[in-house]
Write a protein that binds this ligand. Structure first.
Ligand code: ADP
Length: 614
């Protein structure tokens, strides 16, 4: 997910969350307060309607009071004012006071006079039987215990409910004794309800409490309404709200259920307000969100993207001289600066590396040249060595053939095969023979050494037992040593492991060294060979108590043809090639050779050979 998408999502979610919260809050708080307002308004309207109704009743009561407390009426009920009815109870009285009936009842409860009037047709009608029946059953309306008594309210007649007032008949100064009851009545019929509705500007409908056709909502309201809950407000649907009220009759029994219908102006106004509020929040949110997004885009995201692009381009091209650019003075700009500083350092170190590389390349080239030179030289040396070896091999062959002839014929002549020789000739022949033999030895030694040096000699290492090699050496050397009265002591450390070498070559090394030891030790001298283990090596020492070697000569005796310059040494023969050959062989096995010696006391040649593995 890109940073841009994330930001957009966060802003979007925050915005949606805000709207949802606002929606619920407005629903909970605003709408319920609007509902409360609506209820209050409905209640007030119902109360207004009730008060209009009670005003009507009060007016009727006042009128009735005026008529009842009047000497003329008093006289009439007492039977002395016969013109009273004619004068006063006329049509105009009914129409003017909007009355449906007037009744005069004496103290015995008998109706002295009664008259009914139809206000719609404006004609006198017979007093309804239902009223008579009702009055006959109700002492309340007919008898007034004192002058202050007054009865007013609703009475449910079978045909229609009626507003009725009954007051005691008194003198004009409102003194008694009570002469009877004066009753006035007005039907609370559909027309009256319509008038009430017109006056209160309400849509009114009424059901009698005992009406079995009463709709369900009225019935529910009837159940809920009581003295403590005189008004009940219930929404009917989305457009209308109803206020219910219960009117009781003069006996305190439920008489009428009134319903005033009103449009839900307040509530729908509230709903519209909330809708507008949310709409404006949505619009504001979209505008603000877009603005936030644009600002973020301009201030952060696009700059971040450009920074990323710059860094990517450096990564792709690998061009360390590139720099990233971000304008401004904030953290991003500082980050870009830091990256640039880093790039600078990288570039410098890259430059340094390149320089070093170039140097190394140059050095490498130099080295390669030198190496090539060395290879050439080596090849040259190899060629030279090859040529030398070949030359030596050829030479030795060419030299050995005539030498053997010389030696052979000298020997034959010495043995007097061709004929007698004198002593002088014999001496000459002996010299020829020994010189020739020395020369042959020299040639053989040179050949040996050059072959080992040039690597021509194949070493065939195997696991050998050193003591066996020593035994065979002692056996072959014994006659020579015995002739000079020299003793040989061989001491091999017990449990010495096998040696990994060519037994022929090891024998050659030991023979050369033992030969030298014998040669450079006076008659009757003591010779000794020791072999011990030293880590993975076998250390062999060839010891004599002979002439010894001077310090300055000790280093040189391993050089070819070096022989200690002494009259004695020369006499002992030798070619000066023995020790170089020994050294070559030992070193071919990875071993080392050295000499410890003191002039006149003897020498000790020490060399090492590898032990067999395991
Ligand atoms: P050579 O054929 O003369 O023995 P080597 O290379 O074997 O040639 O020896 C070189 C010289 O080292 C000898 O001439 C001798 O002077 C000296 N040398 C070798 N071994 C001994 C030894 N055991 N005691 C004294 N001198 C020795």
């Amino acid at each position: 997910m890109t940073l841009r998408k994330k930001t957009l999502t966060i802003i979007g979610l925050t915005f949606v969350g805000l709207i949802v919260i606002l929606f619920f809050i407005s629903q909970q708080i605003l709408l319920s307060s609007f509902a409360g307002l609506e209820e209050q308004n409905t209640r007030q309207n119902v109360e207004r309607m009730l008060s209009v109704l009670s005003d009507d009743l009060a007016a009727l009561e006042a009128t009735d009071g005026d008529w009842a407390a009047w000497d003329d009426t008093y006289a009439f009920i007492s039977g002395v004012n016969s013109g009273y009815i004619k004068t006063n109870i006329v049509e105009g009285t009914f129409v003017g006071l909007k009355l449906n009936f007037i009744l005069f009842i004496n103290t015995s409860g008998e109706t002295v006079f009664a008259k009914a009037f139809d206000l719609n047709s404006e004609k006198e009608i017979p007093v309804p039987q239902s009223l008579q029946t009702h009055l006959a059953g109700s002492d309340w309306l007919r008898y007034h215990p004192d002058a202050k008594n007054s009865i007013s309210g609703i009475v449910l007649l079978p045909e229609d409910p009626v507003l009725i007032v009954s007051r005691p008949i008194l003198h004009s100064d409102r003194t008694g004794p009570v002469a009877g009851a004066f009753i006035m009545g007005r039907y609370l019929d559909a027309g009256e309800i319509d008038r009430l509705a017109e006056r209160t500007l309400l849509s009114l409908s009424v059901y009698r409490a005992d009406d079995i056709r009463m709709p369900a909502d009225y019935r529910r309201a009837l159940l809920s309404l009581s003295k403590d809950t005189p008004i009940l407000v219930r929404p009917i649907d989305a457009q209308r709200v109803a206020g219910y009220s219960l009117l009781s009759d003069i006996y305190g029994k439920p008489a009428l259920v009134l319903r005033a219908d009103m449009t839900r102006d307040i509530y729908s106004h509230g709903q519209r307000s909330i809708a507008y509020l949310i709409l404006s929040i949505v619009v504001a949110g979209v505008v603000l969100g877009t603005a936030t997004m644009l600002l973020l885009e301009k201030q952060v995201l696009s700059r971040l993207a450009r920074l990323g692009k710059g860094i990517r381009s450096i990564g792709v091209t690998g061009d360390l001289s590139q720099r990233v650019s971000v304008t401004g003075q904030d953290e991003l700009a500082r980050l870009a600066d830091t990256i640039n500083v880093m790039m600078e350092a990288l570039e410098q170190s890259g430059q340094m590396l390149q320089d070093k590389n170039r140097q190394l390349d140059a050095q490498n080239e130099e080295l390669m040249l030198k190496q090539q030179e060395l290879i050439d030289k080596t090849a040259e040396v190899e060629r030279a060595t090859q040529a030398k070896s070949e030359f030596l091999a050829n030479m030795s062959h060419e030299l050995r053939t005539p030498l053997n002839v010389i030696i052979g014929f000298s020997q034959l002549m010495m043995d007097r095969v061709p004929g007698e020789i004198n002593d002088e000739q014999r001496q000459c022949l002996s010299d020829i023979l020994s010189s020739s033999q020395h020369l042959l030895q020299l040639i053989n030694d040179v050949l040996d050494l050059s072959r080992v040096e040039s690597g021509k000699v194949e070493l065939k290492p195997k696991n050998i037992v050193l003591s066996e090699v020593l035994e065979s050496l002692a056996r072959t050397m014994m006659p020579t040593l015995a002739s000079r009265g020299q003793s040989l002591d061989v001491e091999v450390a017990p449990g010495l492991p096998r040696i990994y070498a060519d037994d022929g070559k090891v024998g050659q090394v030991l023979r050369n060294l033992l030969d030298n030891a014998s040669k450079f030790t006076p008659d009757g001298g003591k010779l000794k060979i020791e072999a011990v283990r030293e880590n993975h090596w076998c250390r062999v020492s060839v010891i004599d108590n002979g002439l010894g070697i001077r310090k300055e000569d000790q280093e040189r005796i391993f050089e070819p043809f070096f022989r200690v310059d002494s009259s004695l040494g020369r006499e002992r023969g030798g070619t000066g090639l023995g020790l170089p050959l020994v050294k070559q062989i030992v070193e071919r096995y990875g071993g080392r050779i050295l000499v410890e010696s003191e002039l006149g006391k003897g020498s000790r040649f020490i060399f090492t050979l590898p032990l067999a593995a395991g």
